[in-house]
Design a protein around this ligand. Structure first.
Ligand SMILES: NC(=O)N[C@@H](CC(=O)O)C(=O)O
Ligand SMILES: [Zn+2]
Ligand SMILES: [Zn+2]
Length: 429
């Protein structure tokens, strides 16, 4: 079982540019990387000619919602992993706010088994911190670790009790597992659905204040310092959170963080009106916050980009901004959106963007994937950097199409995705 991907362009760090490379894959692993203008003799191997295309390590998304089990009308493991593959993602980590909540070894096993049968990318499940994500009683961390979870989080809700968070961190630390936190103080956000800013004031709404996120970030960094756990902050969206994470890193706390494409690209001032495709948690913040999270990603305070792919049905999103659930889909627009907004404009190198979507999540979560190197798993993404297309949510592979980016003209679309040496999605197929 031999496959050559010939004539592709890969990002070369030393040269800070693209160089031609030919990649041989054997038995699901990268066997050889050959440079040079002409392709090597490929013998009887299967060949993909990636002439004129970018070849990258497959993208990694450490924060996604697959909605399976329980909310299959929004997404399931089959549709969610296809949507991921179409966006160039080869590894995704799924959040536990399913029904039942992913709080038992049985549900972890259900996800892993179903993905083995119906999924097309690697799925790494998170387990809940608290039973039913109610913040009352810790789950069985040791049993969940044994079942294959990669970390503990109550994403969807914040852990309100500091004592519970401290206990969770101490237990996770004893098992050498990370705690991943959705940071939100419920007492500051009740009933609110957009951030405090121009949109809220112009529409006479009380807005979600930045402190609702940052209070948890600050609290949890102190608790991470006390317990020594690896603490990872979900979807950072405020200037204040960035300041606290930066300080935590400076004083040696084991804190890492992620940011979503929409928080890098959109502010509350872009919200066109009462349209629930612009409603997500955390909400779109002020332009000042957007500048702060961009700067934090650039200086390493924020380690990686995640989509927080959060599918909801058209019917749910049609309930209006106040009643609709929070969340937007993210897999199928993430790379072209960021490539168009930050690389095409000259703000970032292509290598910078790729690292935040491959090597950095792999480093933080100790994954084998995320690099193009001999011996590494053959997870690759091929992208046509020159292709330009208008986002059409009706064409998404996801079961849902709740996105604010419909109609955006973007460049840099994935054309093929390879997991473990097998093509799991390609534009032609
Ligand atoms: N991000 C969202 O707006 N929604 C997520 C929950 C979450 O990530 O907190 C969801 O599950 O729908
Ligand atoms: Zn969250
Ligand atoms: Zn989430």
């Amino acid at each position: 079982m031999s496959l050559w991907i010939i004539n592709g362009s890969v990002w070369d760090k030393a040269a800070s540019g693209l160089v031609k490379q030919h990649i041989r894959i054997e038995d699901g692993k990268i066997a050889e990387l050959a440079s040079g203008e002409t392709a090597p003799d490929t013998g009887s191997a299967e060949v993909i000619d990636a002439e004129g295309k970018l070849v990258s390590a497959g993208f990694i998304d450490m924060h996604v919602h697959l909605r399976d089990p329980g909310f299959e009308y929004k997404e399931d493991i089959a549709t969610g992993t296809r949507s991921a593959a179409k966006g160039g993602f080869t590894t995704i980590a799924c959040m536990p706010n399913t029904r039942p909540v992913t709080d038992t070894p049985e549900t972890i096993k259900y996800i892993l088994d179903k993905n083995a049968k119906e999924g097309v990318v690697r799925v790494l499940p998170y387990a809940a911190i608290s039973k039913n994500q109610l913040g009352r009683e810790l789950t069985d961390f040791a049993a969940l670790k044994a079942a294959g979870t990669i970390g503990f989080t109550d994403d969807g809700v914040g852990v309100q009790s500091a004592q519970m968070m401290k206990d969770a961190m101490a237990l996770a630390k004893s098992l050498d597992m990370p705690v991943i936190a959705h940071c939100e103080d419920n007492t500051l956000v009740e009933g609110l659905f957009v951030s405090e800013g121009k949109f809220s004031s112009e529409n006479g709404l009380k807005g979600i204040p930045n402190e609702s996120e940052a209070i948890h970030v600050g609290r949890d960094i102190l608790l991470a310092e006390a317990t020594g756990v690896h603490y990872h902050v979900c979807h950072v969206s405020t200037e204040q959170s960035v300041r606290l994470i930066r300080l935590g890193k400076q004083i040696g706390v084991n804190v890492t963080a992620e940011v979503c494409p929409h928080h890098l690209v959109l502010s509350d001032e872009d919200i066109p009106g009462f349209d629930a495709n612009w409603k997500m948690n955390p909400p779109l913040r002020t332009p000042r916050d957007v500048a702060a999270v961009i700067e934090a990603l650039e200086d390493g305070t924020i380690d990686m980009i995640v989509t927080d792919h959060a599918p909801h049905s058209a019917e749910e999103k049609a309930r209006g901004m106040q009643l609709a659930p929070f969340g937007i889909v993210g897999f199928e627009t993430a790379f072209p959106l960021l490539y168009t907004q930050f690389v095409k404009t000259g703000k970032w190198t292509l290598g910078f963007l790729l690292d935040r979507m491959t090597a950095d999540p792999a480093r933080v979560f100790k994954l084998e994937t995320g690099r193009l190197a001999a011996g590494a798993p053959a997870d690759l993404t091929i992208v046509d950097l020159g292709s330009e297309r208008t986002v059409d949510p009706a064409t998404f592979a996801s079961r849902s199409n709740n996105t604010p980016f419909g109609g955006w003209k973007l460049q840099g679309w994935p054309v093929a995705t390879i997991v473990n040496g097998a093509v799991v999605w390609s534009e032609q197929a």
